[in-house]
Design a protein around this ligand. Structure first.
Ligand code: WTA
Length: 663
């Protein structure tokens, strides 16, 4: 037997074994060195709640010790670590430098074209101080919201930490969002300062970002001062107007500045992050300095097993919460080396990520299921080109991962030697909520795992009663946690109605948080998350509100009505399907379709681009006139269509289905 065929057979055997296996114990080699290994932690946290969270606060340096762990007088407006004061940038930078880590790499940045930059903790502190001095000079005061509209370049975390240093909350807007989306967010946050850049690279092409920022600024209803980072040099010449300054010139001017970190109350706002909800208006999720930072640090320690000597890589974008908590705040609070990659995973080749893992000897790698599905599709030969033996732990976040993709990740990236943490959480939760502890629990592919210690997550039916193991229900969280959102910016009412109305008993002062996800529990208390139960869809791990997309489409001339749903997609998880009714006299032409797609891109961004635009004279409606979204989802996903006889217009369903399946 030749080597090749025996390898091949071994492979087939292995695949077959993996295929059947539904529980994986954490590898011994991992457990031996893990930050958390004692399963007693679950009981300890339960018996000692909420004081158990003092352990998270202890990961930080406080200027003033807190007096109370949890203040629940005004629930659900909970407060954590009240009376304590601290500064997030001090915790992420100064204290590590003071402890002798000045020359340790803090950020290792990989540009798309192959250039690299390393910032030690000392370098990072210097530039953060220079930029903090710059912002102050510009007039930024404590509690002023600074908008950061930047791609994955080091100046983004630098600007975040500079804001944190002077107590100015940042609001990062994902660089892929459109000019309109930027304007909506700056108006909602009344933000008078913007940090942006000339452009950045995508698949080797220079994209003009400043043009988008300028266009957005024209729709902002107040004066704005901006700072522009020159990322592209001569590649893209740009002009600064009277209200814009050049980042690098300002840094040079303020080089060597010393800016004392401002002592912030634990409950003071650290940042705002806009996310999609059921209605068209994005929600400004407010996170605080003490609770959020403690929770990001604690989960990075307990779940991601981060140690200061590690090289850690979360391949997300800082424009989303994952990047805030697990590229910037969690890892830097723990003093580790965090990797940042500017570009796409398949440029210039489909092994780009594995090349970065090999070159940087990455220990921990955290990504999204959509990326894993793409790696699977491209094939194992790409990871096989590289030495990935430095990896110790793998993670996923953002959407459910199916067991096949989980096993592929486990075998072909982790070489069966790395635990995988499938972490369920949200923008609103600030950090991970449901996942295995990699040094403690058995892993079950497809199931995120038990709730973290101290988190009382339960699955209930429509009445709020716990469902039996094996049945689907609604996920709820029945006690508060330090990383939770405190409110929606300038909108306490919406905070109450979005998250607390459904299952709380206000009269009894019992508050239950509803994340709007469906889930299922197994006999061991492991949670399988089934997905959103509201009108939010999850495209490539990005949260989009169907209402936002619908209003973009209805805004296109000639469109009368639109219904947007998510349909299954091999790689993206879900894709956007738009069913559109045109005004009388309008023709369903390709030109109209293009205008609709452009309308969505202009109002939200290319991530929301519809996979299919289906023109229809009517939408399927119930007799009471409600659009049957479930049916539109089935059509989009190519599922068997259920009983349509209760519809007011059953004949329309076949018509739409023929169009979608025929395309
Ligand atoms: C989904 C991202 C299944 C879920 C951190 C949630 C997941 C929404 C998982 C939040 C997971 C996130 N398994 N589903 N491991 N992680 N989700 O706010 O529907 O962008 O409500 O936060 O993503 O998305 P968000």
């Amino acid at each position: 037997m030749s080597d090749e065929s025996s390898d091949g057979e071994a492979d087939v055997e292995l695949e077959a074994r993996l295929e059947e296996q539904d529980a994986f114990a954490p590898p011994e080699s991992f457990v031996e060195q893990a930050n958390v290994t004692d399963e007693g932690i679950y009981d300890e946290f339960e018996e000692n709640w909420p004081e158990c969270w003092e352990g998270a606060a202890e990961l930080l340096s406080w200027d003033e010790e807190y007096e109370t762990v949890l203040e629940d007088d005004d629930a659900p407006f909970y407060e954590w670590f009240t009376g304590g004061t601290l500064n997030a940038s001090y915790n992420c930078l100064d204290r590590h430098v003071e402890e002798g880590a000045k020359n340790r790499a803090a950020i290792k940045w990989e540009g798309e074209l192959g250039e690299t930059r390393t910032y030690t903790y000392g370098d990072l502190l210097n530039e953060v101080e220079a930029f903090a001095a710059t912002l102050r000079d510009l007039g930024v005061e404590e509690d002023d919201v600074v908008t950061l509209y930047l791609p994955m370049i080091p100046e983004l975390p630098i600007a975040m930490l500079a804001c944190a240093r002077i107590g100015a909350p940042h609001a990062v807007v994902f660089a892929g969002f459109s000019a309109d989306a930027l304007a909506t967010r700056m108006n909602a946050a009344e933000s008078e300062y913007l940090v942006t850049c000339d452009g950045y690279y995508r698949r080797g092409d220079a994209l003009n970002h400043k043009q988008k920022a300028d266009k957005g600024l024209r729709s902002v209803d107040h004066d704005v001062q901006s700072i522009v980072v020159d990322r592209l040099g001569d590649e893209l010449k740009h002009f600064l107007g009277t209200d814009a300054r050049d980042y690098h010139e300002l840094i040079e001017e303020h080089e060597g500045a010393s800016v004392e970190p401002v002592s912030r109350d634990a409950e003071d706002m650290l940042f705002l992050m806009y996310t999609s909800g059921t209605t068209g208006q994005p929600k400004g999720v407010k996170h605080t300095t003490g609770g959020y930072l403690a929770y990001a640090a604690w989960t990075s320690h307990a779940v991601l097993d981060v140690k200061p000597e590690d090289t850690y890589w979360c391949a997300a974008d800082i424009g989303w919460i994952t990047g805030h908590s697990y590229i910037v705040y969690g890892p830097l609070a723990l003093g580790t080396t965090t990797v940042m990659y500017e570009g796409t995973p398949d440029y210039p080749e489909k092994d780009r990520l594995w090349e970065i893992v090999e070159e940087n000897r990455v220990d921990i790698f955290y990504t999204a299921p959509m990326a894993i599905r793409a790696f699977m599709k491209w094939g194992k030969e790409y990871p096989e080109r590289h030495d990935l033996s430095s990896l110790r732990l793998l993670g996923t976040v953002g959407e459910p991962i199916n067991p096949r993709a989980w096993k592929w990740y486990y075998k072909h990236i982790g070489n069966e030697e790395c635990p995988i943490v499938d972490t369920w959480w949200q923008t609103e939760t600030g950090g991970m909520m449901i996942t295995t502890l990699p040094g403690v629990n058995t892993m079950k592919p497809g199931s995120a795992g038990p709730p973290l210690p101290g988190i009382d997550a339960r699955i209930v039916d429509a009445e709020g009663e716990p469902v039996d193991a094996g049945s689907a229900g609604y996920l709820t969280v029945q006690n508060p946690w330090p990383g939770m959102l405190r409110t929606l910016y300038n909108n306490d009412d919406r905070f109450l109605s979005e998250y607390w109305k459904e299952y709380s008993d206000e009269d009894a002062d019992e508050w239950v948080y509803f994340p709007e996800d469906g889930a299922k529990l197994d006999d061991d208390g492991y949670v399988t998350v089934l997905g959103r139960v509201d009108d939010v869809i999850n495209v490539s791990g990005h949260r989009l509100g169907t209402m936002e997309i619908e209003s973009a489409i209805v805004g296109v001339d000639g469109v009368a009505e639109a219904a947007v749903v998510g349909g299954d997609h091999d790689i993206k998880g879900e894709a956007v399907y738009a069913y559109v009714i045109l005004e009388d006299g309008q023709e369903p032409t390709d030109e109209m379709r293009d205008r609709i797609v452009a309308g969505v891109e202009d109002s939200i961004g290319p991530i929301a681009r519809p996979e299919q635009v289906v023109f229809t004279p009517e939408l399927p409606k119930t007799r009471s006139g409600k659009i049957m979204r479930r049916l539109l989802e089935d059509v989009a996903s190519g599922n068997e269509l259920g009983d349509t006889s209760t519809l007011r217009n059953p004949e329309i369903v076949d018509e739409i289905d023929d169009q979608v399946q025929g395309d």
